[in-house]
Design a protein around this ligand. Structure first.
Ligand code: UDP
Ligand code: MG
Length: 132
């Protein structure tokens, strides 16, 4: 069993897609271990995306992630980390294929509805950050 951290980003709540996004994880038979709604502070958003701090879009990304409430999910299942990444679709909006969450619902590389941990090391750090 593996655990991964998912965040439904502010546009997911604004667009009222929370239920449909969570439904996909349930349909995949992943287990929701924990879940809550909250608002990311600027400090936490900067920490969460620290690896991108030199990118030109960093300030915009932090502003977006703190622009409204988000939903945090602790998901569990076999190979959950890579499985959920596949379900999200690619970061680049033009590469996010239909059938994925981003491919079906997002039309922006920034406002792309969902975050998920990308490897075991980051999953452990992110689960501790938001559910520790
Ligand atoms: N992002 C952006 N512009 C880019 C690349 C990424 O605004 O050119 C944003 C987008 O919201 C993305 C987040 O920064 O989800 C984190 O980027 P990362 O490369 O880690 O992509 P992810 O892991 O979310 O697919
Ligand atoms: Mg990432």
């Amino acid at each position: 069993m593996e655990q991964t951290l998912v965040i439904i980003k502010p546009d997911g709540l604004r667009r009222k897609l929370v239920g449909r996004i969570i439904q996909r994880f349930e349909e995949k038979n992943l287990t929701i271990r924990e879940m809550y709604q909250g608002v990311m502070t600027e400090e936490i958003a900067q920490e969460h995306y620290a690896h991108l701090k030199d990118k030109p879009f960093f300030a915009n990304l932090v502003a977006y992630m703190t622009s409204g409430p988000v939903v945090f999910l602790l998901l569990e299942g076999p190979d959950a980390i890579l499985l959920v990444r596949q379900m999200l679709g690619a970061t680049n909006v033009l590469h996010a294929v239909p059938g994925t969450i981003r491919g079906d619902f997002a039309c922006s590389t920034t406002e792309n509805l969902v975050h998920a941990s990308d490897c075991q090391e980051n999953a452990a750090i992110e689960i501790q950050r938001f559910f520790g």
